[in-house]
Design a binder for this molecule. Sequence first.
Ligand code: SF4
Length: 493
Amino acid sequence: MIDISPGKAEILPADHVWGKTTHETNDVLAAVSEPGNPARVLCIGPAGENLVRFAAVANDRNRVYGRCGPGAVWGSKKLKAVRVRGKEKIAVADKEKYRSGLDQALYLMKQAPVTKRLLRDLGTAGLVELINLIAMLPHKNFQDCLHRDEDVGRISGETLAKTLLEKAGSCYLCPIGCQRHTRVAGRDGGEERGEGPEYETMVLMGPLCGIYDIGAITRANYRANELGLDTMSFGGTVACAMELAERGLIGRDETGGVGLAFGSGEALESLAGMTARREGLGAVLAEGSHRLAAGRGHPEYSMTVKQLEIPAYDPRASYTQALGYMTSPSGACHLRGGYAVSLAFFGGAREIPRFSLLQSPIAIRNMQNVGILQDSLGVCRFTGYAFSSDPWARMVGGVTGRDFSVARLEEIENRVATLERQFNFEAGATAEDDALPARFADVPIVVEGKERRVSREDQERMKQDYYHVRGWDAAGRPTPGLVRSLRVEESKR
Ligand code: SF4
């Protein structure tokens, strides 16, 4: 483990926590906390140790950095945890400028409905009903978006608030406070406590697997957090396994007694432990849905882009979101690809029609750039429901005392996007990887009374326009002129 304290950074043995869950590890390592000087812990669980491809890193027990398998990277380096202690204040160069940006941000968060009410009152699960209203809530491994209203009501943020919620909470000093501390009846009759489920977990481990049992989803969520699994890729992989089983491509003899049918909350709960420990069928699930489906000769049943499982917004219900999944540097990710749904429908950006081939490339480029800015600063994505770059430009400029105008930030965002693209190309990616699974082109869903799919022609058109907007060539490569003007080579040195 890496232990960071004032003036010191050490690599220490962590044998005493190897094999332990994220909660156990956190509690053992945080025990050195002193009044006014708490220790904060990032760690992996058994899933990361066992190199599950979608293993997560957990912070403060249940705040999880999940996508793309950072836990497996830590596990491969035998890094169990990072512990940080310190109480130094951050120096602010220009307090007035910083304060003006902060006041603007706080004002806008108090005005925007999602940051002012929805996330605070219902947590992210408050999106379940809304996303269903716009016909975007996926079902049974993205076979359709059809749900009975009463089923959606069983997993809504409102139901969570009435049945599971103990109290709301927040990350450090956050004025929004979307965190949900919950409790649920255990299968053995006792009571379990934890956090969540968040929206993505609720849907991808819920309706995507045909499950509307909020108790089963919550218990599986608790297990995934303790074991250190990304609930999104885990849910997408279980949904894929359920479809393969439905089609007779996973035999009954392979499941170790687990009934792998859509709707089985029991299977979901059992598979979390089996996957983290790579036991039985869990050893195959631990490789993710692409390898699972490809291993059965049917990669088309893996709902992934660049082998990353698709989040809980059906791309057929928004071309902008579809293009975001296609062009996200890390595969199908609503955050790296552009948080199109939320901004378009609930963040006030209503000028972005969801089926505009023409506007989607520019819209998604802009959303991706805001995401790059937020990730570079290490701030919460949900601020994007209330504001974009301007308050950040003032705050960063105020703290550092350097020029961070909106235009300067935009240049940095474009440089990051181009660097990431170059990295992906050097790692073997091509323009062909910027595509949705065939199901989204071939099988329509019904949105506002019309059949909608994202045809291959529409994908190609949007993709080419997006490359053009980014300054990349028709093969999706950043042009030499762009690389020079953004000083990307210089940055690499
Ligand atoms: S920082 Fe973001 S995730 Fe954390 S409580 Fe605030 S809104 Fe929620």
